[in-house]
Design a protein around this ligand. Structure first.
Ligand SMILES: NC(=O)c1ccc[n+]([C@@H]2O[C@H](COP(=O)([O-])OP(=O)(O)OC[C@H]3O[C@@H](n4cnc5c(N)ncnc54)[C@H](OP(=O)(O)O)[C@@H]3O)[C@@H](O)[C@H]2O)c1
Length: 245
């Protein structure tokens, strides 16, 4: 199986590569930090069929599409590259907002614009969108990130409805807090925090089972679902009591 992982230079992306490395699999690892990708390749190549690295900034859409076209068809595409802003009471700048949307939302379409016709022609392929539980609940300090992941859910849902009739599987994964560089910068208590290895293991299981949407950890997900069915004035009271900024 040929597998393309975006955001493979750290965190969940690197761990996906570690857990998917095998003599049956060819990995394509994509990110900006070449040194990280090279070290990962060194670490895994003895137990993997083939590893290719693609060094590109996913916000350079033109170059990204050239590189993806050169990679060609993949059996499994894990759209994992993502950024967040530091949680704070400050208003994000429009530049930060745009970059976050370019990475978390638009770059995925840039990749799919190239790959979906290939998937459709082959009548196969699996697309995994790494979203977040934050897409289901917006805190004042994470509104830009939450909104980008909610946009990603809506986009993924549309792709699923359009392409499932061509044998293409579309999976949305909504994780809670997981150890990575992204969460290392959080200065608040993260409920139901998971170790990277454990979280990625759960995600791979969901991908193998072709779950359409996989939100986890379950208890955290259920709490968010519960908050979402409360009347909005009550939800607002709870959010304001949790928010320190
Ligand atoms: N950790 C969590 O608690 C958590 C929870 C829910 C969802 N997620 C999602 O999981 C995904 C992976 O995040 P992570 O937690 O593993 O964080 P991470 O360690 O910071 O990894 C982010 C990855 O995205 C890549 N990336 C960022 N900007 C890029 C750009 N402009 N061009 C190319 N690659 C770029 C980074 O590579 P380079 O810097 O080398 O380019 C890195 O490999 C993200 O989509 C995140 O939103 C994480």
């Amino acid at each position: 199986m040929k597998i393309l992982i975006t955001g493979a230079s750290s965190g969940l992306g690197s761990e996906f590569a570690r857990q998917l490395a095998s003599f049956d699999n060819e990995l394509v690892l994509l990110a900006r930090r070449e040194q990280n990708l090279l070290s990962l390749k060194d670490e895994l190549q003895e137990r993997c069929k083939n590893i290719e690295i693609v060094v590109v900034d996913v916000t350079d859409f033109e170059l990204l599409q050239e590189k993806i076209a050169a990679v060609g068809y993949v059996d499994l595409l894990i759209l994992n590259a993502g950024v967040s802003l530091k949680h704070s009471g400050n208003m994000p700048t429009i530049k930060e907002f745009k970059n976050l949307y370019d990475v978390n939302v638009l770059s995925n379409h840039a990749i799919l614009e190239v790959l979906l016709p290939l998937f459709r022609e082959k009548r196969s392929g699996k697309i995994v969108f790494i979203s977040s539980l934050a897409s289901l609940f917006s805190m004042p300090t994470s509104k830009v990130y939450s909104s980008s992941k909610r946009a990603l859910n809506a986009y993924a849902e549309g792709v699923r409805y359009k392409y499932n009739k061509y044998g293409i599987k579309v999976i949305s994964i909504l994780p809670g807090f997981i150890k990575s560089e992204l969460t290392d910068k959080n200065e608040f208590n993260m409920p139901f925090f998971l170790e990277t290895q454990d979280a990625v293991k759960r995600m791979i299981k969901a991908i193998e089972k072709n779950k359409r949407v996989y939100a986890f950890p379950l208890r955290f997900y259920l709490i968010i679902r519960l908050l979402n069915i409360l009347p909005s004035f009550l939800r607002e009271k709870i959010v304001n009591s949790l928010n320190q900024t």
